[in-house]
Design a protein around this ligand. Sequence first.
Ligand SMILES: [Zn+2]
Ligand SMILES: [Zn+2]
Length: 169
Amino acid sequence: MKIAIEDIHDEGITVDIDEPLVIEGHDHPYMVRAHLELHRIESEIVVDGSMNTEIELECSRCLKTFQRRIDDPVHMVYHPIGELGSEAHELRSDELDLGFYSGDAIDLWEVLREQIMLSLQMKPLCDAACRGICPKCGIDLNSETCSCDFKEEDPRLQVLKKLLEKRKE
Ligand SMILES: [Zn+2]
Ligand SMILES: [Zn+2]
């Protein structure tokens, strides 16, 4: 869904989206709903609003697929690609979510894909307490137990131990 830069006038425009979005690495598209306001300040496009969707992920511990709901505010600032080149452009701290557009249009699908990627930066877990699969026999430790000889340590306990060790130093 491309919006021509020249169509974004001073008062800004509002775009509502409720459509399937294809995301690289996923078999089927996901319904994405978004309410976005676009403003243009010279060649800079400010995108504000919110979006939500539910996407399917694979747990990095137990490898089961699960649904993750994304319900995020959107705040991005887009510059025309190449504009930032060698010229010193002081980035304001509120411009950390900086993107680029090329040509005379901004692709809102790219904006939403970027937002989803930002939201998925961490390793996906079906549950923060997921026990994963046994590294030896491969059973799902969430539903079964095995007698394999390996030390199962809660990763949260390890963090705590490290903190305690640091304190002693
Ligand atoms: Zn899991
Ligand atoms: Zn086992």
